[in-house]
Design a protein around this ligand. Structure first.
Ligand code: ATP
Ligand code: F6P
Length: 453
């Protein structure tokens, strides 16, 4: 990895051509998708991160415009048994067994309907699916409906990880609402013991199935019989996940000379006030990051981000994929000039900003596709500070904060502000630190072509 070097792998290039164009017959990856029906079946003892993994996969897929939905058997079970004790999960408890099977049955039936109604391409069946018999049953149901299956097992026997998982998420589960956290943790430990009595990990006699086994939070990964592109993307994503505590900092470049003139795109220098922000950034980062944390800084290849990051004393990488959305023939124009020269385009962009592609340039949708390697790398990494551009920052922020496409291109992301995102178990925490250095606002409301203020 180059220190202060330019890192531009080929996958960073802005892809052009039919493969990446969104159309009726393709999903966000450019994959033929009409008949795709994949059920991702989670497998593993309780508190192995199955729900967390399911939620992350769905967030990732939605970000890529691939419709996906989680069917959580625990939620179905809770309608009949909202606050079970550990005994409910003992397989010698026939009443418990009956109710658990009914919950699984209801979830699988809803999932089959979801596919039959063409509501999505991927479903995630989130349950322990911890016995071979249960997995065969799900397998048969899916096969009879023409649904492909991908088993994802999370296997982890590290007692300290399990205990910290229980304390992090299980004591606040709706199963234990109003209960003492210590009692809840003990009951959950006993619940796991009951599952352990019957748990069968995926092994050789299931080698006809497509599966990925994540062992010890991804330290080892076993992959079997991956069938197609979409499955392989999901598996690759899973292989990159980790749960080590870390944060991601996002900042736009300091105010640029183009920002002052209200022009979009280009490769302008930063303004005097942008320079002040560049000088203030190390202090702002220190305040937010603390003294001892290691950090890597990513910038785009454009001057304004490199200039903004230049006083930061950390390892730096430049990514072509972080360059601003390409505004094609409108590069270097103000919004008023665009409205005057390309009135239809200007209107179309307001009507569907996410999908609108500038003549000879890009749409937000295109940007998301080119940012996919960045997201993958971010998932693998620890503390990263990204100094980038308005549209790019919106797309990265949308991934972490689960912002829908109708809203993400319209989000306000002010200049001279450091955003800290900290992934937590089921959500991402956000903090904003504003530098006391004025800058124009480059935010443009729908319908407006007013100059930057
Ligand atoms: P249950 O079967 O009770 O629904 P679960 O397996 O779905 O449990 P989660 O609720 O997702 O478990 O547990 C979340 C916790 O698991 C978090 O604390 C998270 O840090 C941790 N975690 C995430 N991924 C993994 C993994 N691959 N292995 C072990 N723990 C993980
Ligand atoms: O904690 C285990 C759990 O998430 C329960 O909430 C839920 O009832 C169960 O797993 C679903 O999996 P299974 O149907 O395999 O027991």
């Amino acid at each position: 990895m180059a220190v202060n070097g330019v890192y531009k792998p080929d996958m960073n290039r802005v892809p052009t051509g039919e493969f990446f164009l969104p159309s009726r017959r393709t999903n966000g990856f450019g994959v033929q998708a009409e008949d795709t029906k994949i059920c991702v079946i989670m497998v593993g003892l309780p508190a192995r991160g199955k729900s967390l993994i399911a939620q992350k996969v769905v967030r990732y897929l939605h970000w890529l415009s691939i419709k996906a939905k989680i069917f959580n058997v625990g939620q179905y079970r809770r309608t009949a048994t909202p606050n079970p004790t550990a005994e409910f999960f003992d397989t010698s408890n026939s009443e418990g067994e009956k109710l658990r099977m009914a919950a699984a049955e209801a979830a699988v039936s809803d999932m089959c309907r979801y596919f039959a109604n063409g509501e999505g391409l991927i479903a995630i069946l989130d349950a322990t699916n911890s016995t071979k018999a249960r997995r065969r049953w799900v397998q048969e149901r899916c096969r009879s409906e023409g649904i492909e299956t991908l088993y994802v097992e999370s296997k982890c026997d590290e007692e300290s990880t399990i205990m910290s998982n229980i304390l992090e998420v299980k004591t606040t589960s709706p199963d234990y609402v109003g209960q003492d956290p210590e009692v809840a943790a003990q009951d959950f430990r006993n619940r796991i013991r009951n599952y352990e009595k019957v748990y069968q990990t995926i092994d050789e006699d299931e080698s006809d199935m497509t599966y990925v086994k994540l062992i010890d939070v991804g330290q080892r990964v076993i992959i079997n019989q991956i069938q197609d592109y979409l499955q392989s993307r999901v598996v690759y994503y899973l292989m990159n996940l980790h749960i080590r505590p870390r944060s991601i900092w996002l900042s736009r470049h300091g105010e640029s000379k183009y920002n002052l003139e209200g022009k979009i795109g280009g490769d302008a220098d930063i303004s005097d006030r942008g320079e002040l922000y560049a000088k203030a950034l190390p202090g702002l980062v220190k305040k937010s990051v603390g003294d001892n944390r290691k950090l890597t800084v990513w910038t785009s290849t454009l001057k304004r981000t490199i200039q903004t990051a230049r006083f930061l004393e950390f390892e730096k990488l430049e990514w072509k994929a972080l360059d601003e959305l390409d505004s094609g023939v409108c590069d270097g124009l103000t919004y008023a000039e665009i409205e005057e020269r390309y009135p239809d385009d200007f209107k179309q962009r307001d009507e569907d900003k996410y999908n609108y592609r500038y003549l000879g340039g890009e749409s937000y949708r295109d940007v998301v596709i080119r940012l996919e390697p960045i997201i993958m790398e971010l998932e693998r990494s620890e503390n990263i500070l990204i100094v980038t551009h308005q549209a790019i920052l919106r797309c990265i922020y949308a991934y972490f904060m689960n912002v829908p496409q109708e809203r993400s291109p319209w989000m306000e992301v002010p200049l001279h502000t450091l955003i800290k995102l900290t992934p937590k178990a089921y959500s991402t925490q956000e903090e904003r630190l504003k530098a006391d250095i004025p800058a124009v606002s480059t935010f443009r409301e729908k319908g407006s072509s007013a100059k930057h203020q």
